[in-house]
Design a protein around this ligand. Structure first.
Ligand code: ATP
Ligand code: MG
Length: 598
């Protein structure tokens, strides 16, 4: 079975159960300041899980490209990758546990043919004033009994590990926040337990003998002001399963990198480096993972840089290259080629962009090679030693490590890889001092959080719609948005235009937006068929493949734009709009930064 067959089988399984397929959202989320990448199928659906009606109905299914920067340090074990495809099905106030649990079990065992004997599950044990998820326990008990298996051996109970909310465990949830228990399926590999992870093996011990393949979240509670929990009127199911892990279960392959999707890529690395996987598995897993993620991030329109998504991409590529150089590889082109070959069935667009993707990677490699060379020269000049010949013997000061780190973008591991020795502790102290200063804001970006509904962000969001239309009025109707990012501090808006805007044009755009703010136009949305949205001239990126009904936001009669929201209800709430900066971001695109509010 291939990954594309697993995807097709899942979608059709849930379509037969009345689910509508929704589009794969962009890997780089629009208008979400708190997260750089889409990291699950649920992430773009948050407004609907919180109660807003979804235009496609109450039963949804999709496959979502997901990237988890926060898992980067897990890569190297047998089951974690940073880019994966997540299968998702949702009930928005429709079916619940008694449907979801038997369905997903049937899908895994009957449709995919994974033997029931290999499966174990986790159930919420209860925590403080929240009771055990007895319904899920009962459902699993019946299923295991029917399969001739002992439920006592199969069901494991955990407390906060089996709880989902946007803010994490129950104690961290603010009043009003929804959450609920989840129930996972684990696949057991026939390998010994690794005592490094504790005396006893269990699904969450982390040793890799058990692999989580499926997770169903049951959103059924809402936190109350007094710290208690009440049942939600609308109960939701949010289910996610990683395609690559399902493939590992189908193939009974304990190493996800040895499954049929990754194995050809590993072989390409073996071939180009002349090394074998068995003795270099950690490096080869990292190369495979980091290059795959890079390919998909570049495909989403990101270029390596020192900021935000571009920075993560740069880190991935450089880490991938470090591992590649360790194996004495020099040109990674054939690795990229094999990645595109492996994913072309599910992602045919990669074929058209192959040259662009490859060139972006090779350009970054060139920049990195220059950095490495400069770093070596710096050390050589300073220590007057013959760098290469003294590899592993040249001791450099913690200050110099920090200098290289901050000026050349090298990580301590990369500096070690160059063959230099330094005092780890002293360097860690320097880093700590530095992090204290720069911590604010940075951690949040890597956390993979959810949409920020900060007041200023919502004001900024409505302002981008006004600005989008105003830019078209001033510069012409060929101008359209190519990207945006809104935080509670500023609005960033990208559009196709290959000239610098002059002061007069900037002023005109500002004036139009401020006039519309003063007119206090009402903002509302309507669901309508895609054909109608096009007919009335709504702008924005439509997904023609899946969306027959779309959500259009209207700002008075001035702007009509395809969008998920949220927005202010009247434009006066945006208060004031000011463009503060413009940039040329290359490839015929410009970027504007603007402020909203008094
Ligand atoms: P784990 O505990 O194994 O890291 P998780 O609890 O972070 O997984 P969820 O957030 O529940 O995973 O995601 C739902 C599903 O997505 C998982 O059951 C798994 O199949 C898949 N998944 C999550 N993270 C990864 C990853 N890094 N690599 C591959 N698949 C993943
Ligand atoms: Mg999980």
């Amino acid at each position: 079975m291939t990954t594309s067959e697993i995807i097709e089988k899942y979608i059709s399984f849930f379509e037969k159960l009345g689910h509508k397929q929704i589009a794969n959202a962009s890997l780089v989320p629009e208008n979400d300041p708190t997260t750089l990448f889409t990291s699950s199928g649920m992430q773009p659906l948050v407004p609907y899980l919180l109660g807003e009606p979804h235009p496609q109905g109450k039963r949804l299914v999709n496959v979502q490209n997901s990237f988890r920067a926060q898992d980067i340090d897990e890569v190297g074990d047998n089951r974690h990758i940073t880019f994966f495809r997540m299968l998702g099905n949702w009930s928005l106030g429709d079916y619940f546990k008694k449907e979801q649990i038997p369905w997903i079990f049937e899908f895994v065992t009957k449709t995919l043919g994974v033997p029931a004997e290999k499966l174990y599950v986790s159930v919420f044990k209860g925590y403080k004033n929240i009771p055990k998820d007895a319904e899920s326990e009962k459902l699993w008990t019946d299923i295991f009994v029917k399969s001739g298996l002992d439920p006592k051996e199969r069901i494991f109970f955990y407390d906060t590990k089996n709880w989902w909310s946007r803010s994490g465990e129950p104690d961290n949830m603010p009043p009003g926040e929804p959450g609920g228990p989840d129930s996972e399926i684990f696949y057991l590999f026939d390998i010994p337990h690794d005592k490094k992870f504790g005396d006893k093996c269990h699904p969450n011990c982390g040793c890799g003998r058990f692999m989580e393949i499926v997770n169903s979240v049951f959103m059924e509670y809402q936190k109350e002001k007094d710290g208690g929990f009440k049942k939600l009127p609308q109960k939701n199911v949010d289910h996610g399963a990683g395609v690559e892990r399902l493939l590992a279960a189908v193939e009974n392959q304990q190493d996800v990198f040895q499954t049929s999707i990754f194995n050809p890529i590993i072989q390409a690395i073996e071939k180009i480096t002349g090394k074998n996987y068995k003795s270099n598995s950690i490096q080869m897993r990292n190369i495979t993972d980091h290059f795959i993620s890079s390919v998909f991030i570049i495909d989403s329109g990101i270029y390596p840089s020192n900021k935000e998504q571009g920075y993560i991409l740069r880190r991935l590529l450089r880490r991938g290259l470090d591992n590649f150089y360790k194996l004495e590889g020099s040109d990674p082109s054939s690795v990229i080629e094999s990645i595109v070959e492996q994913y072309k069935k599910t992602n045919p667009e990669l074929l058209n962009r192959y040259e662009n993707i490859k060139n972006t990677i090779l350009e970054e490699k060139g920049a990195y090679d220059t950095t490495l060379k400069k770093a070596k020269e710096y050390i050589f000049q300073k220590y007057k030693k013959i760098g290469d010949e003294l590899k592993g013997k040249v001791e450099i000061s913690a200050d110099d490590v920090f200098f290289l780190y901050s000026s050349h973008g090298l990580s301590p591991t990369q500096i070690k890889n160059l063959g230099y020795v330094f005092d780890n502790q002293k360097f860690a102290q320097k880093m700590q001092q530095h992090q204290k200063v720069s911590r604010a804001g940075a951690g949040k970006k890597f956390a993979g959080g959810l949409a920020d509904h900060h007041e200023k962000t919502i004001m900024g969001h409505t302002a981008t719609h006004l600005m989008h239309q105003a830019l078209r009025d001033v510069l012409g109707n060929h101008v359209h948005q190519t990207g945006s990012n809104i935080t509670n501090e500023r609005v960033r808006f990208d559009f196709n235009y290959d000239k610098k805007l002059n002061d007069e044009e900037i002023k005109k755009v500002e004036n139009i937006v401020n006039d519309k703010i003063k007119e206090n136009l009402s903002v509302h949305f309507e669901f309508m068929p895609l054909t109608k949205a096009k007919k009335i001239g709504a702008i924005g990126l439509f997904d023609e493949k899946y969306q027959d009904k779309v959500k259009i936001y209207f700002i008075g009669n001035y702007s009509k734009e395809f969008c998920g929201g949220p927005h202010v209800d009247f434009t006066s709430k945006v208060e004031r709009f000011k463009i503060i900066k413009q940039e040329n971001i290359g490839r015929g695109q410009r970027r504007l930064y603007a402020l909203v509010g008094k």
